[in-house]
Design a protein around this ligand. Structure first.
Ligand SMILES: Cc1cc2nc3c(=O)[nH]c(=O)nc-3n(C[C@H](O)[C@H](O)[C@H](O)COP(=O)(O)O)c2cc1C
Length: 179
């Protein structure tokens, strides 16, 4: 069984529709630890030792956040800056990091529909392209990078059925790591 750490970077889950639905879908899975960063660190003062211990104790790390200005949210960025330290999260001499081989999944919600995230669409690029800093960061940390999870159109009348379907798929994805 793989232990999954779900690092949630939503500013206020109590006011969330999409991210809350995804988190609620996996909250009861015994092998999943839900870690709500904004609830844990409302003052942005991140306990690096505690965060690194959490990471070390899990096999699969999921980074979930709404897309804010084609990026992650501020506290999740602060978390990266503090927790991904040289010699622990990444190395410069090719030696293994403490994160080497752990699976990483980036799971994001985007306000606009999927057709905006194409070369022809209003954003003129895919989410993978616009969030490529995630990929570069996870690669440097020697994670085993898994496909991005994307929930589009959260600000464009996403139906209850779409949300339910996305939550079910997310639950199935994370449940599979219990095997
Ligand atoms: C400050 C801010 C910036 C945002 N930037 C983007 C963006 O760059 N692209 C996008 O698709 N949606 C953007 N959105 C919309 C959010 O991604 C959307 O509100 C979120 O996915 C909804 O998730 P929730 O229901 O969990 O709150 C932005 C929202 C805010 C508040």
């Amino acid at each position: 069984m793989s232990k999954v750490l779900l690092v949630v970077g939503h500013p206020d889950l109590s006011r969330s529709m999409a991210n809350k639905a995804l988190v609620d879908a996996v909250r009861e899975l015994a092998h999943v630890t839900v870690h709500d960063l904004y609830a844990t660190y409302p003052d942005f003062q991140i306990d690096v030792d505690a965060e690194q211990a959490l990471l070390a104790d899990h096999d699969v790390i999921v980074f979930q956040h709404p897309v804010f200005w084609y990026n992650t949210t501020p506290l999740l960025k602060q978390w990266q800056d503090k927790v991904f330290t040289l010699g622990w999260a990444f190395t410069l001499d090719g030696s293994p990091s403490r994160l080497a081989g752990k699976k990483a999944i980036v799971a994001v919600t985007a306000g606009v529909p999927a057709d905006h995230y194409t070369p022809e669409g209003s954003n003129q690029a895919t989410l993978e392209t616009l969030l490529s800093n995630w990929h570069a960061t996870l690669r440097l940390c020697q994670f085993d990078i898994q496909p991005m999870v994307k929930l589009y159109g959260t600000a464009f009348g996403l139906s209850d059925q779409d949300l339910t379907t996305a939550a079910k798929q997310y639950s199935e994805l994370l449940a599979a790591f219990a095997a």
